[in-house]
Design a protein around this ligand. Structure first.
Ligand code: NAD
Length: 483
């Protein structure tokens, strides 16, 4: 693959692709892989090369029912298992993820398109960390989520969990670990373009002898998800994905006894005050919008810069953008990998066209050579953006940043909150009191100060408004899985 011309050039450093990928995967139900009843399957491709990787099964209503029945059957023993017994399995999963880390990172990068640096250093370690963290909670639930009589809380029951394609293994870990720690059983549906690491996780569950049916992993597209949501014997739905699908799920679940948590989209502000350490802030902007090609629910896709330093920040950002290496995600030097699918690339490109048509000014690196095959989008940012512009309001879910300015902290807060979303925010200032005052007024689930995109299993993550409700991580995340 041809490397892009950038300011700094490095010798290619490709990761070995030697990982076993089966030509076809079945559904993981009741502890075993089985053929789907429908006989239907979906091709999954490497978005950086468009080469076919494998075929995943498409679960229909009968398969979904089999998975739910298996989860219900397993619930009887799992919920009554001694807390330390549940912890033992969670620790085993965490350790096996660590042991198979390289393989999982390569597989994630091939299936998703994200740089190996990110899957190796973020996705896989964070996934293991979530299992380790929740293993530690198993025998402490009566302190984490106290009940009126002081006993440990009861689990909710069978949990249907549906996840997106941007952090496939990590989202699976965020969902499965707290559910199991609290004594629930699970039917998980990964996204149709990125199911391979969840299926590899299923192999790990077999290796560590997790009792059959405690976790079931069924693959398929939106229809499979719809069947799971509508199933009458599921006690809770935990969904991470787009706001539109989240709304549809909420209306299906309304009027039933099912519990629901929704982790949805975002259009997060990243606020740079004039007194910030500007070089560090620019690094924060880079990671907030260009990590994972901007396909991050909490991406800092609206940059709000204090007017007096706007020229300096924009110039430094332009310089830094020039140094980003776009290309082979399996090269350890790559900063920007492939967009996950043709459909997502088309969506991003249509937003870029709208941005230009509405009068914003686009800045991108002109001399990047993109690989001939695959789905690629150069990182870019827009200036001359008005709050009413489409690119300032709607979630693009790509490496596209909208830059706006402000004059006072009050104006920064007003602009930051001028959104239907409320997932995250960043504040860059050298004054602690200002960071506190501004953070207090911002309506977002997470506010980072002088950093961005930092995650920890002990810290709750989630949204307000159209970004959803419920939290994942920490004690709040545990309580979402207790009756
Ligand atoms: P999506 O909503 O299209 O799909 C998410 C999952 O839902 C997939 O598994 C999909 O197959 C399934 N699905 C689709 N239609 C369904 C239906 N009608 N019923 C049940 N399931 C259905 O989202 P996506 O494109 O995969 O992911 C991108 C979106 O996810 C972005 O909006 C992003 O912000 C959001 N996201 C949010 C968080 C968070 O924590 N808040 C994290 C990651 C991604």
């Amino acid at each position: 693959m041809k490397t892009p011309s950038t300011i700094w050039d490095y010798a290619p450093a490709p990761e070995s692709t030697k990982v076993e990928i089966k030509p076809q995967y079945g559904l993981f139900i009741d502890g075993a892989f089985r053929e789907p009843r429908s006989g239907c399957s979906i091709e999954t491709i490497n978005p950086a090369t468009e080469v076919s990787l494998s075929r995943i099964s498409e679960a229909d209503a009968i398969d979904v029912n089999l998975a739910v029945v298996a989860a219900r059957k397993a619930l009887k023993n799992w919920r009554r298992a001694p807390a330390l017994e549940r912890a033992k399995y969670l620790y085993r999963i965490a350790r096996r993820i660590q042991e198979r880390a390289r393989e999982l990172a390569v597989l994630e990068t091939m299936d998703n398109g994200k740089p190996i640096r990110e899957s190796r250093d973020e996705d896989v370690p964070q996934s293991a960390a979530h299992f380790f963290h929740h293993a530690g909670w198993c025998d402490k639930l009566k302190w984490a989520c106290p009940t009126a009589n002081g006993s440990a809380p009861e689990p909710i029951g069978v949990c249907g969990q549906i996840i997106p394609w941007n952090f496939p293994l990590m989202m699976a870990a965020w969902k499965i670990a707290p559910a199991l720690a609290c004594g629930n059983t699970v039917v998980l549906k990964p996204a149709e373009t990125t199911s391979l690491t969840a299926l590899r996780l299923a192999e790990i569950l077999q290796e560590i002898d997790l009792p059959p049916g405690v976790v079931n992993i069924i693959t398929g597209a939106g229809e499979t998800g719809r069947e799971l949501v509508a199933h009458g014997d599921v006690d809770k739905i935990a969904f991470t994905g787009s706001t539109d699908v989240g709304r549809a799920i909420a209306s299906t679940v309304a009027g039933t006894k099912k519990r629901l948590t929704l982790e949805l989209g975002g259009k997060s502000p990243n606020i740079i005050f004039a007194d910030a350490a500007i070089d560090q802030a620019v690094e924060g902007i880079v990671s907030s919008i260009w990590a994972n090609q901007g396909q991050v629910c909490c991406a800092g896709s609206r940059l709000l810069v204090e007017e007096s330093v706007a020229d300096e920040v924009i110039e430094k950002l332009r310089m830094r953008m020039r140094s980003l290496r776009v290309g082979d995600p399996l090269d350890k030097n790559t900063d920007i990998g492939a967009i996950n699918s043709r459909a997502q690339l088309d969506r991003i490109e249509s937003f870029i066209k709208i941005g230009v048509a509405e009068g914003a000014q686009r800045h991108e690196v002109s001399d990047v050579v993109l690989p001939p095959k695959g789905f690629w989008c150069k990182p870019c940012f827009f200036t001359e953006v008005q709050p009413a512009h489409t690119i300032a309001r709607e979630e693009i879910f790509g490496p596209v940043l909208a830059v706006m300015t402000f004059r006072t902290p009050d104006e920064a807060v007003a602009r930051a909150n001028n959104t239907m979303y409320g997932l995250s925010a960043g504040i860059w200032t050298s004054r602690g009191s200002k960071a506190y005052e501004v953070a207090r007024q911002i309506k977002a689930g997470v506010v980072w100060c002088n950093t961005f995109n930092q995650f920890d299993p002990a810290a709750p993550f989630g949204g307000y408004r159209e970004s959803g409700f419920g939290r994942e991580g920490g004690r709040s995340g545990l309580s979402a899985y207790c009756a």
